[in-house]
Write a protein of this length. Structure first.
Length: 120
């Protein structure tokens, strides 16, 4: 399931993947910051630079980096609809195989600019 841990998990779980698509017009102006930890075949497949490209394409700020356990950690900030669109596009990449995502909602960082790849 793709939903933030602290965003109505019972409702989001019941809706499943549809949660990503609901209310995009209504939520497009709502700003959020999500920390997402990706598990699966996410290293050595161009994941970070794909995330960089897709994040910039939908005007998100934040960063992405590899972790020593083989997972990837990402923080992204922008409109809720753009964050959802970003995750859908990232998950649909044929060379990336995401088995699990843990999403946490974080406080906004109002002065952050751009999206970057961090080194571990």
């Amino acid at each position: 399931m793709i939903y933030p841990k602290n965003a109505e998990p019972a409702r989001a779980h019941a809706l499943g993947r549809a949660w990503l698509y609901q209310g995009e017009r209504a939520l497009s102006g709502v700003q959020a910051r999500w920390r997402v930890r990706f598990y699966g075949q996410v290293q050595h497949v161009g994941f970070r630079y794909t995330a960089l490209y897709l994040a910039r394409k939908v005007y998100l700020t934040g960063w992405v980096k590899n972790l020593s356990d083989g997972s990837v950690l990402l923080e992204a900030q922008g409109g809720t609809a753009q964050l959802r669109k970003f995750l859908i596009q990232l998950k649909s990449q044929p060379h990336i195989h995401i088995e699990k995502m843990d999403i946490t909602v974080l406080p906004l960082q109002p002065y952050e600019r751009g999206f970057q790849v961090k080194t571990a």
